[in-house]
Ligand binder design. Structure first.
Ligand SMILES: C[S@@+](CC[C@H](N)C(=O)[O-])C[C@H]1O[C@@H](n2cnc3c(N)ncnc32)[C@H](O)[C@@H]1O
Length: 225
């Protein structure tokens, strides 16, 4: 991994300032969760597709996602590899998209979020961070991933960070594979999060297309060259 500079740390500080500002407003928000819930939940495909409604606030919602060393890793991967097109599954409040977008201004980040209220918060955060290289899509991965893939055409990097269900994760991986460019990288979050994710990661890292992988316990990084 590359060495980070003083400028990089200033960028991280400015991103986290945006997170702190919105968190402290405690704005209430109604969210529909299309994901797997928590590791003990065994949500059916039908329940996940329908979604589970919950009332939360910007403090809780903006606390979700990559932070500190994990956010630095994803930033560094983009800075080092300068991918032309990055696909992200799971925008949430936009912070991982912002880290990736700041890693390389010529990279274009295509990010998908299922919940429209969460996507609105992400949109505000992306604006506050002045990132013009993020393209947001709102909809369930199950419904819109095919269209987004057809729009991107060739993916240089993907970050899979939503719907942590074994079957769903493997399905998204299979859908993404034909679109990967020659020297692509696919990153999975929460590879040790549940029995299902451990099993999914075991299959993914042994896929014949994966030339090398790094198991960081939380993030799993697959290199396709
Ligand atoms: C862990 S959060 C993403 C965090 C974000 N990548 C970050 O690090 O800042 C996962 C997001 O994926 C979304 N999500 C989960 N399952 C989904 C699905 N099936 N379709 C669309 N969005 C989904 C959730 O609404 C949630 O906002």
């Amino acid at each position: 991994m590359i060495n980070l500079t003083k400028e990089d740390y200033e960028i991280f500080e400015s991103i986290e300032k945006i997170r702190e500002e919105i968190k402290k407003k405690y704005i209430p928000i109604k969210v529909i969760d299309y994901g797997a819930g928590n590791p003990e939940n065994e949500r059916s495909a039908h329940t996940m597709y329908k979604g589970v409604e919950k009332i939360t606030n910007t403090f809780e919602q903006c606390s979700i996602g990559l932070k500190e060393k994990w956010a630095e890793i994803i930033y560094s991967l983009v800075k080092e590899n300068m991918p032309k097109k990055v696909l992200e599954l799971g925008t949430c409040c936009g912070f991982s998209s912002i880290y990736m977008a700041k890693g390389c201004s010529s990279s274009l980040i295509y990010t998908i979020e299922g919940d429209k209220n969460v996507a609105k918060i992400a949109s505000k955060n992306i604006k506050a961070a002045s990132c013009s290289n993020i393209k947001q899509f709102v909809g369930r991965f199950q419904d819109i991933l095919d269209d987004v893939l057809n729009e991107i055409k060739e993916i240089d990097m993907a970050f899979i960070d939503g719907h942590h269900d074994k079957k769903a994760t493997l399905n998204y991986f299979e859908k993404i594979k034909p679109f990967l460019s020659e020297k692509s990288i696919v990153i999975f979050d929460d590879i040790s999060w549940s029995k299902g994710m451990i099993e999914a990661w075991e299959i993914i890292k042994n896929d014949s297309m994966v030339k090398e992988y790094k198991d960081l316990k939380k993030l799993g990084i697959c290199y396709f060259y």
